[in-house]
Design a protein around this ligand. Structure first.
Ligand SMILES: Cc1cc2nc3c(=O)[nH]c(=O)nc-3n(C[C@H](O)[C@H](O)[C@H](O)COP(=O)(O)OP(=O)(O)OC[C@H]3O[C@@H](n4cnc5c(N)ncnc54)[C@H](O)[C@@H]3O)c2cc1C
Length: 502
């Protein structure tokens, strides 16, 4: 089945039964559950959107010519990246970037992996079988229009032992056995966002394993499994989905995509779905090559959409209460700097896109790396700016029921309107939307997500520093070389003047 409609996606979800726990119960039907159904339908709208905006979102499958989502495109030119950009924008708009794990995220990831399958095959193509499986999986992913999520990070038990497993560790996901057709895995990984709404779960490396330690092969794994695989257990965090009127909580009633801790209890993974099975060298290198510049296009478009929405809210709030104060103008100017720097980085990354091998084009990583390290702070700061501009107005907001009460309505129009005769309902709608975006329980989770989902500010800054200094590759980057050149010239100048005066 090529590109699916929302209805077909929901039918697919209903036909599976994953082991998913939420609060005090095991959920049997995610589409019908009161805390999950709204997000399931929001995800369905993502599928429908590809038909509503077919020109931007759909393309012909390179082999069958059937319509598939453009996020499956393996980019081979700058024009392909622009094309993908438009499709990704249309998807991000549905939730103004609040849903981080819409299927395009993993589609872009796996299109990149399949385009650069050689990176997965490893030196001398010793992991050719894994790379072939990966290419076959990407074909299935795009032709079945699956919703895929991932879990890549090992649970935190004792930070003194580092981020990665040590030989014999029981908690991190590892291989415990093998049959003729499958491998058996046990252990845990933190968080699979959108676990209730995905069809399959991808496992691939978060951080490299320590290459020197013996006995780490069982942890060097990459594969996919259906969400309803026996032994696969998802423990959802508390729900931030609100069941009230959408007017009162426009975002929390729609976009709680959930995050679940994942336990693998003797899960059988068919060998045809295994991409890495014990090859530490491949495990340690695949994520450090082209995954990053590829996925950053999707993730930065989503971030930009969120920042543009934040600016839109700030502007609407300030107009609603006639706020033209210097302080607010300064805060809005600050917000605009984040919007425009993010947009500029994104555009520049496509402008300087290049062939990363085998004719596969990805964006230039240079403008994207500082963005990744800084969006972790800009987006939480955008929330803070909305709170500073909105102040008490964010919560002095009548509910739908109050507005519908005939006796109250007159009083609300008299006492709770805004500048330029803005009526009470319009004013309440703006501030309720803003509070749901920056101050609700859902907003708290979003701030956490943006701070951490591709690593913290600190981790991203260190990665940038290591790449520039050539800490691991022993080859310093151009910024370090240019800096050295400039410093050297001034050192020479200093020495020359010293000689001159002597
Ligand atoms: C809502 C949410 C959803 C997630 N979904 C998924 C998922 O679907 N799949 C998955 O695999 N993982 C998921 N994750 C996990 C995510 O991948 C990890 O949280 C991320 O990799 C960061 O891990 P870490 O805690 O080890 O942070 P690190 O990057 O190691 O950073 C933590 C350390 O950095 C320092 N630090 C933090 N912030 C700053 C700062 N601003 N300045 C200076 N230092 C700082 C602190 O010392 C802190 O201890 C999710 C996380 C969240 C919060």
């Amino acid at each position: 089945m090529p590109a699916r409609t929302g209805g077909q996606y929901l039918e697919g979800l209903k036909s599976t039964s994953r082991e998913l726990w939420l609060g005090s119960e095991r959920v049997h039907d995610v589409v019908a559950h009161p805390s999950l159904q709204a997000a399931a339908h929001s995800m369905a709208r993502v599928f429908d959107r590809q038909f509503d905006c077919a020109e931007d979102c759909l393309m012909a499958d390179p082999e069958t010519a059937e319509p598939i989502n453009v996020s499956h495109l393996i980019p081979r030119s700058r024009e392909d990246l622009w094309r993908r950009h438009r499709g990704l924008e249309r998807i991000a708009e549905i939730s103004v970037g609040l849903m981080g794990r819409t299927p395009d995220y993993k589609n872009v990831t796996f299109a990149g992996f399949a385009g650069r399958w050689r990176e997965w095959a490893g030196p001398g193509e010793r992991n050719a079988r894994g790379a072939n499986n990966l290419v076959a999986f990407q074909k299935r992913l795009r032709r079945s229009d699956l919703a895929l999520t991932h879990t890549i990070v090992h649970p935190t038990v004792d930070k003194r032992r580092g981020d990665v497993p040590y030989p014999g560790a029981d908690v991190p996901l590892h291989k415990v056995g093998e049959t003729a057709d499958s491998i058996i895995v046990s252990g845990a990984r933190i968080l699979a966002t959108a676990a209730p709404f995905a069809d399959e779960l991808a496992v691939y490396p978060g951080f490299p394993l320590t290459a020197k330690a013996d006995g780490l092969e069982p942890y060097a794994l990459s594969f996919t499994v259906p969400m309803d695989s026996p032994g696969l257990i998802f423990l959802c965090r508390d729900s931030y989905s609100v069941h009230g009127d959408a007017f009162d909580h426009p975002l929390s009633t729609n976009f709680d995509e959930q995050d679940a801790f994942v336990i693998f209890d003797q899960v059988e993974v068919p060998k045809q779905n295994v991409f890495i099975d014990g090859d530490i060298g491949v495990y340690n290198t695949v994520m450090g090559l082209t995954w990053w510049p590829n996925i950053m296009q999707q993730t930065t478009i989503r971030a930009l959409t969120k920042l543009e929405f934040a600016y839109g809210l700030a502007s609407r709030m300030s107009r609603a209460i006639g706020d033209t104060s210097d302080l607010t103008m300064d805060l809005m100017g600050e917000l605009l700097t984040y919007v425009e720097m993010t947009r500029s980085g994104l555009l520049l990354s496509i402008e300087h896109a290049r062939d990363y091998g085998d004719g596969v084009f990805f964006p230039d990583e240079r403008p994207l790396a500082p963005l990744r390290a800084t969006l972790t702070q800009w987006i939480p700061r955008a929330f803070e700016i909305l709170i500073l501009i909105g102040s008490h107005n964010l919560i002095a907001t009548p509910s739908r029921a109050m507005l519908d009460d005939q006796r109250l309505r007159g009083l609300l129009e008299r006492y709770m309107g805004g500048a330029d005769d803005l009526d009470a309902e319009s004013r309440a709608a703006i501030f309720r939307l803003a509070w749901d975006f920056c101050g609700s329980a859902l907003a708290g989770r979003h701030a956490l997500y943006e701070r951490f989902y591709l690593g913290s500010t600190a981790r991203n800054r260190k990665t940038l520093y290591w790449a520039t200094e050539g800490t691991f590759s022993k080859t310093p980057g151009p910024v370090r070389e240019r800096g050295d050149e400039l410093v050297e010239a001034m050192l020479l100048l200093g020495r020359a003047s010293h000689v001159g005066h002597g």
